[in-house]
Design a binder for this molecule. Structure first.
Ligand code: HEC
Length: 252
């Protein structure tokens, strides 16, 4: 009996210690810390080096079934241009796969740009599908369904053969075949190509000496593309929209 009670007590104690869903003593009265499972549910990003990619596998044929059931209604049987979205595949050549740069993207007469023409990193495609598709039921694909449907898209794009099975173990080798893998550039602006680059800057982020000002800027053309921003803000809070025509896109 005593043994049973002590085991029960131990169990209870260990639950209490391991339960991360407790109020944080550092911030009394302010919610509680997120549990490991809650963090896991949010922490699903897959990085370009595939850090964060869950283990799994899926074949082209399984992917075709996922596609036909859950994707084709919006993206067409072959990932072509539809009323819902731009084409998913198409517009790439064997030469692009060799060079890693989709040549058509640099030609001014290219009007249609498929997803596979643009995306340099396969991790982005995987992450996007797992996170955002199908449009009407995001985050509903299982890990293996995501591998399968990614494999199917890669097959439609003629990057992998029909009997291919994509997995966490071979995905890096497929990255090396992505037609636009060398297409990512950081030497131009985001809103306008002629603008200054807004990534890879040299601003100090840690242990900085001197005053650091953190601010966001909106370029002139982006500023005017959504009408009068000053009418679209709440009346309280620190962010003030700017009326059009005011060249004061900088705010601290
Ligand atoms: C109900 C319609 C719908 C369904 C079903 C759907 N999608 Fe989409 N999909 C969209 C829309 C709309 C976009 C564009 C979203 C945007 O631009 O923000 C999109 C975007 C995409 C893109 C990126 C295209 C690009 O050029 O950036 C991919 C890849 C994609 N979907 C794959 C899938 C896959 C795989 C499935 C099935 C698992 C699926 N979609 C199901 C509507 C849908």
């Amino acid at each position: 009996m005593f043994r049973l009670i002590s085991i029960g007590l131990l169990f209870l104690l260990s639950c209490a210690c391991m339960n991360p869903a407790q109020a944080d003593p550092k911030y009394p009265g302010v919610g509680r810390s997120a549990t490991t499972r809650e963090i896991q549910a949010w922490n699903i990003d897959v990085r370009p080096d595939f850090k964060g990619l869950p283990k799994g596998t899926g074949t082209v044929l399984q992917g075709q079934q996922v596609w036909d059931a859950k994707c084709a209604s919006c993206h067409g049987t072959f990932g072509e241009l539809t009323q819902m979205s731009g084409p998913i595949v198409g517009g790439t050549t064997a030469e692009d796969s060799r060079t890693g740069r989709v040549a058509a993207l640099s030609k001014p007469n290219t009007v249609l740009r498929s997803a596979i023409m643009k995306v340099p990193t396969l991790s982005t495609l995987w992450d996007y599908l797992y996170r955002a598709m199908p449009w009407t039921a995001p985050k509903s694909l299982s890990v293996n369904e995501t591998y399968a449907v990614t494999a199917y898209i890669l097959n439609l794009a003629e990057i992998v053969p029909e009997d291919f099975s994509l997995s966490d173990e071979n995905i890096k080798t497929i990255q090396e075949r992505m037609p636009n893998r060398n297409g990512m550039r950081r030497d131009h602006g985001l809103s306008t190509v002629k603008g200054t680059p807004d990534v890879a800057n040299t601003d100090c982020m840690k242990d900085c000496t001197g005053k650091v000002t953190v601010h966001a800027t909106i370029s002139e053309d982006a500023l005017h593309s959504h009408g009068d921003l000053s009418l679209q803000n709440r009346r309280f809070g620190s962010v003030r929209g700017l009326p059009p025509g005011k060249n004061a896109a900088k705010r601290d």
